[in-house]
Structures are given as structure tokens and as C-alpha cells.
Write a protein that binds this ligand. Structure first.
Ligand SMILES: NC(=O)c1ccc[n+]([C@@H]2O[C@H](COP(=O)([O-])OP(=O)(O)OC[C@H]3O[C@@H](n4cnc5c(N)ncnc54)[C@H](O)[C@@H]3O)[C@@H](O)[C@H]2O)c1
Length: 381
């Protein structure tokens, strides 16, 4: 007699059903620390829906070594990756100055969805160009602002009711060790480019650090800040200074909302990444996990009428959330963020970066020097 546990149901799938259940192919442009320490570990947890099939880097040794970890093809040419029929989704993880052109080329190659690491463009014109190509080709694009995909943030958004209309103060406060500490916890990095030393008392370096700090680090939370900033087009930076070795203190107003952006990247023992939106009778506080850390989601607290509602932590973080969203979009389910949202987020970030750089307080520049970098390098923070 056959026992019921030995019974196997035979399901015959049509070729269309089989295709819809097969993992989608991922191609990655740029295989630096973010690909190695963030995206490959996230994708390793999603093998049933996504499979890394092609890794491209301008450095052949990096492309070959990183592709070897996941059994993918490798190349040094974007065109080769985009011509690979096994690649359905393209992730752009190269340095930011290449992002706009690579997003546009990926859309034109007819891929099913595109993820672009932040910042996805460096000017309003570039952003508008991307949005036009996305509209023309119908290829959905998402930007790697991982907190906007964090289940803790998404649960708060469902629950906060009319809070965005009532907020008067927003704080984004980031205290982190330098990126290599977490990168090295996550994996063995190949091809890391060390940060050059620069004179961080030089006003031009300080301006570059402020701009880089906003476009590289603050930018993770600026879409969240903008969600609570009714008049986001009227940015007025009141104070801007750098923290050494890397960080910033920026105060600004946008309409009737006061915004504080603070970051310190130093040898801190306890990372902390907190976002707060405060109104007269209600407030939201979210504790995010640090960048690079794969340990579940943010935890949100909404305080209202003497009661605190705690949401999270949930099982996955915003990095995995990005990839889940991409898979949905590539399968034609789920809605991409509107082009208007992406453009307004970028315009908001650029306005803060530009006005912080022109506003910085020279009186606070002390005599110390520390490792400083160009704005381009800071943007990779
Ligand atoms: N989401 C996050 O938490 C997070 C954290 C840090 C950095 N970032 C962003 O991720 C991106 C990559 O950061 P990273 O630290 O890996 O940067 P990186 O600049 O150190 O490495 C990028 C890789 O791209 C390669 N490359 C250079 N030019 C290229 C080109 N034209 N096409 C393809 N590859 C090219 C380099 O050889 C290198 O291996 C940046 O946009 C950065 O702002 C995101």
C-alpha cells in the first residue's frame, strides 16, 4: 500500500506557465563593492525569482572574479551585456557619472526593468532625458534609494494617515563607520579603489564634500524627507558645514517645514540611522539598518494621542525590497514609481546640494586636515 506522503501530484505546465515561473535573468553593469557586498547577497536570497547571468565591469579582473562567484557570464562591454538575451533586468552599479547613459541604453535595448543605483542622474536635464526614454520604450526604472523599498517605511506609509500635512520638523541623522567595514563583513572585496587624501580645509574641497554628502549619503533619505515637505521646491539652506573625516550638518527650510540633515562617518562603535518627521500632535520615527547590513527591515514608531504604534522589524530590508519590486515590474505586475516622483526627488536633492555648497560656513573651517575627496568620490558613500 502506498502511504499518502509518497504520493506526488504531477502538474503539467504550459510553456508560457513554465516561462512565467522561471527565474528572471539579471545583468549588472559595474561590479564594485556595492555589487559584491549588497546586491549579490540580496540576490542569493532570491534565487527562486532572480538569477545573475551577466556581470560587466570595465576592469576585466573584477568582472571575471565577481562573475565567477555566481556562475555568470562576464564582459567589459556594456553593449555585450545588453545584447545578452539571457538578461531581462539590468542593474546599474557603476560610478554615478555613467548612470544616465547606461539607464538610457538599457531601456533602448528593450530590457524588462532597470535598477539604477543612486543618484540616477546629476542634473534635471539628464533626469528628464531618462524619463522621456522610459516613457517611449515602456521600460520601468527604479532608483536604488533602498529606504523607499524598506517594509518598515512602507508599513509606516500605510499607517500614518494625515501626518504628512501636519509635520513641521524633519530630521535625518546618520552615524556610520566608513563603508569598507561593512563591505568586509559581507564579502571579500576585489578591486577596491582607496580614497585619495585631500586637504579638507580647502574651501573648494569642502564644497565638494558637502555636495557629495548630499548626493551620495543624504540622498538615501531625501525621498522620505520630500514625502513630508509640502513645498519642496522652495529650498533655503540656513546652515551647512562638514564633519570630519566625512559627514555634514545641514539645516534648511522648505516652505513651513524645518529640516535637519546630519551625518558622521567615523570610527563609531554603534551605527545609527534615524529618520524623524514631527508634527504638533503626531510623530514618526524610523530606525533603519545601516547600509550594507542584511538583517531585516527598519522599525517604525508612530506616536499619536499618547499611543505608540510599532511597525516591524520585518524579514527583509530595502535592498531585497528593490529586487522583489524589479521582479514584479519585469513580469508586468506592480506599478513603477512615476517619472515625476523620480525627477522631483532628484531636483530636491540637487537643490539642497547646490545651496549647501554655496552656503557653507567658512568661519567653522578649523586648521585640521583629514582625508578629503572629490565630490565624485563622496557620492559613492
Ligand atoms: N545603495 C547603497 O547603499 C550604496 C552604497 C554605496 C554606494 N552606492 C552607489 O553604488 C554605485 C557603485 O558604488 P561602488 O561603491 O560599488 O563604486 P565604485 O566606484 O567603487 O565601483 C564601481 C565599479 O564600477 C566599475 N566601473 C567604472 N566605470 C564603469 C563603467 N563605465 N561601466 C561599468 N563599470 C564601471 C569600476 O571598475 C568598479 O568596479 C555608486 O553609484 C554609488 O553611489 C550605493
Amino acid at each position: 500500500m502506498q502511504c499518502s506522503s509518497d504520493y506526488k501530484e504531477v502538474i503539467i505546465l504550459s510553456s508560457e506557465q513554465q516561462a512565467s515561473r522561471a527565474p528572471l535573468g539579471v545583468g549588472i553593469l559595474g561590479a564594485g563593492p556595492v555589487t559584491q557586498a549588497i546586491h549579490l547577497p540580496s540576490l542569493a536570497r532570491l534565487r527562486d525569482i532572480l538569477e545573475v547571468r551577466h556581470i560587466m565591469d570595465v576592469d576585466l579582473a573584477v568582472a571575471e572574479s565577481v562573475a565567477g562567484r555566481v556562475g555568470a557570464h562576464f564582459s567589459t562591454s556594456m553593449e555585450e551585456l545588453l545584447a545578452d538575451p539571457d538578461v531581462d533586468i539590468v542593474a546599474i552599479c557603476s560610478p554615478h557619472q555613467f548612470h544616465a547613459a547606461q539607464v538610457i541604453a538599457s531601456c533602448r535595448a528593450g530590457k524588462k526593468a532597470v535598477l539604477c543605483e543612486k543618484p540616477f542622474a546629476m542634473s534635471g536635464e539628464e533626469a528628464a532625458g531618462i524619463s522621456a526614454v522610459s516613457a517611449e520604450t515602456g521600460v520601468p526604472i527604479i532608483v536604488g534609494a533602498m529606504h523607499t523599498f524598506d517594509p518598515g517605511w512602507l508599513a509606516a506609509e500605510e499607517a500614518w494617515e494625515d501626518l504628512p500635512e501636519k509635520v513641521h520638523t524633519i530630521r535625518s541623522s546618520i552615524v556610520l563607520p566608513p563603508n569598507p567595514r561593512f563591505e568586509d563583513f559581507a564579502t571579500e572585496i576585489v578591486g577596491r579603489v582607496p580614497m585619495p587624501d585631500r586637504d579638507s580645509t580647502d574651501p573648494e574641497v569642502i564644497k565638494a564634500m558637502l555636495k557629495g554628502g548630499v548626493m551620495g549619503l543624504a540622498i538615501h533619505d531625501l525621498p522620505l524627507v520630500r514625502r513630508f515637505t509640502r513645498d519642496f521646491a522652495s529650498v533655503e539652506v540656513l546652515h551647512a558645514e562638514i564633519a570630519r573625516p566625512f559627514g555634514y550638518v545641514i539645516s534648511l527650510r522648505a516652505g513651513d517645514v524645518t529640516i535637519e540633515l546630519r551625518a558622521a562617518m567615523n570610527a563609531t562603535w554603534e551605527p545609527s540611522w534615524v529618520f524623524e518627521a514631527i508634527g504638533n500632535d503626531a510623530a514618526l520615527k524610523i530606525d533603519f539598518t545601516p547600509s550594507y547590513v542584511h538583517a531585516g527591515s527598519a522599525t517604525a514608531q508612530i506616536r499619536k494621542a499618547g499611543q505608540t504604534t510599532v511597525l516591524g522589524p520585518f524579514g527583509h530590508n530595502g535592498y531585497e525590497g528593490e529586487w522583489r519590486k524589479l521582479a514584479e515590474l519585469a513580469r508586468g505586475t506592480g506599478r513603477p514609481p512615476s517619472a515625476e516622483t523620480l525627477i522631483h526627488d532628484l531636483e530636491f536633492a540637487l537643490a539642497i546640494a547646490e545651496s549647501a555648497a554655496s552656503r557653507f560656513d567658512t568661519a567653522r573651517v578649523d586648521a585640521g586636515t583629514a582625508s578629503g575627496t572629490t565630490a565624485d568620490e563622496e557620492i559613492n558613500a
